[in-house]
Design a protein around this ligand. Structure first.
Ligand code: AMP
Ligand code: GLY
Length: 423
């Protein structure tokens, strides 16, 4: 079959890398893709939210499976667009309906879903400009630190964690009255702070059945020791060493099962990934967020460990028969280190020549922000290239990634050298 992957980051290069290995895949397209996907698939210059252009591409190339990488097209309803079009309705779309995508598109929607299904999460209340003063009073009932979340999508920047009550009140005002995050912060969720260690769990569901993919932990801050600004992610480790069987059992029965059952019970059409962000408080996992897609760079660490044919898994998602597959996982650990452009996550330059990729042999090179310019691979984003290695434990895997990263060069290249420091 012919398959289309939507997106242009390291996550999408990883999807393409796995799909290209499948005997079930004839032709592979990526829109818009990057220099990495260009080497293993056909890149097409179509934006991920340009549904009419995607439709033309799918019909022209006889594509029968579409794998949606990022959240934007899902929140805008790409799955419904396919389901409601006579010419597209038989195409398998890996990604939930617009309703299901609200689990990521609205923090308040996610909170209500969690509470309806009795899934452990932080206590919360939500506020709009109309009751901003009540919001400030609510803050006074909590202890520091204060967690403020813009309700809508804010490119990963919509969460503020503040130590000082006066600052928290000021930021609440900024979000609600001055629209700090635009329409995304017209509503704000104020949440109880959860003190513990974070991990993420990835689930692939057909709406009835599911498989749980390997866990991962990402490193969001730009600076070593988890300091400085938040980024899209500076690296990831899979599995998370502290996620033992006892914890995974709790996650499965208290969180994953009720989530999938809740979607089914509410007749929410959901065929795709659920990325569950968790904080382990004491021995108890609690949900801090849902994402309706895979993580980036978590995908670069998780998918290389999945031995089962990815296209086969997606086909089972399409015909709701995920209960009939046995998921095979590589027992080794994966460590992904992300190289970024100097200055990221603030202003940075693009178009820098990248060298050394060919010299890397015992790690996998996943392109994120790259493109081909006059036959040369150049930087084209903040996060540039991710290096993933597999080895018997995460420390060995990290060592391999760090050795190989030394071979890579571009002007003002930066990466964190301390991943795993907290484990
Ligand atoms: P989110 O976008 O919801 O994942 O939030 C971004 C980051 O804020 C998370 O990765 C956590 O580190 C932190 N965070 C979010 N919610 C909470 C919470 N209730 N308690 C503590 N930290 C949180
Ligand atoms: N790495 C975090 C995310 O993809 O949302």
């Amino acid at each position: 079959m012919n398959i289309l992957v939507l997106g242009s980051g390291g996550r999408e290069h990883t999807f393409a890398y796995k799909i290209a290995q499948s005997e079930l895949c004839d032709q592979l397209f990526v829109a818009p893709g990057n220099a990495g996907t260009d080497a293993i698939a056909t890149n097409v210059a179509v934006a991920v939210t340009d549904f009419p252009a995607i439709k033309s591409l799918v019909l022209k190339e006889e594509i029968t499976m579409v794998v949606v990488g990022p959240e934007d097209p899902l929140v805008q309803g790409i799955s419904d667009f396919f389901a409601q079009d006579d010419a597209l309705k038989d195409v398998v779309v890996i990604g939930p309906s617009k309703e299901g995508a609200q689990l990521e598109g609205s923090k308040e929607y996610a909170k209500q879903f969690l509470i309806r299904h009795d899934i452990p999460t932080a206590a919360y209340q939500s506020f709009t400009q109309a009751n901003v003063e009540e919001g400030k009073k609510f803050l006074e009932t909590l202890n520091a630190p204060y967690v403020l979340k813009a309700d809508g999508l804010a490119a990963g920047k919509g969460v503020l964690i503040l130590q000082d009550i006066e600052e928290a009140k000021k930021e609440l005002e900024n979000m609600l009255t001055n629209k700090k995050f635009g329409v995304a912060s017209e509503k704000v969720v104020i949440e109880e702070f959860l003190d513990g260690i974070e991990l993420s769990v990835f689930v692939l569901t057909d709406g009835k059945n599911y498989v749980t993919l390997p866990t991962a932990k990402d490193y969001k801050r730009i600076g070593e020791g988890d300091t400085g600004l938040n980024t899209g992610g500076m690296g990831a480790i899979s599995p998370v060493p502290f996620a033992d069987l006892a914890l995974m059992d709790k996650i499965e029965s208290n969180i994953v099962k009720p989530t999938v059952n809740g979607l089914a019970k509410e007749n929410i059409d959901y065929k795709g990934f659920i990325f569950i962000g968790l904080i382990k408080v004491g021995d108890d996992p609690k949900v801090i967020e849902y994402n309706v897609r895979m993580g980036d760079p978590e995908t670069e660490a998780v998918l290389p460990r999945v031995k089962t044919d990815l296209v086969k898994l997606f086909r089972h998602v399409g015909n709701q028969s995920l209960n009939t597959v046995d998921l095979e996982i590589d027992e080794r650990s994966a460590a992904t280190v992300m190289t970024v452009s100097g200055g990221y996550p603030e202003a940075y330059e693009k178009g820098k020549g990248i060298s050394g990729i060919q010299e890397i042999s015992d790690s996998i090179v996943f392109h994120a922000g790259t493109k081909i310019d006059n036959g040369h691979v150049v930087t084209n984003g903040g996060r540039v290239i991710a290096i993933t290695s597999l080895d018997k434990d995460f420390r060995q895997a990290l060592k391999k990634s760090y050795q190989n990263i030394e071979k890579l060069h571009f002007d003002k290249m930066y990466y964190r050298k301390d991943l795993g420091f907290d484990l």
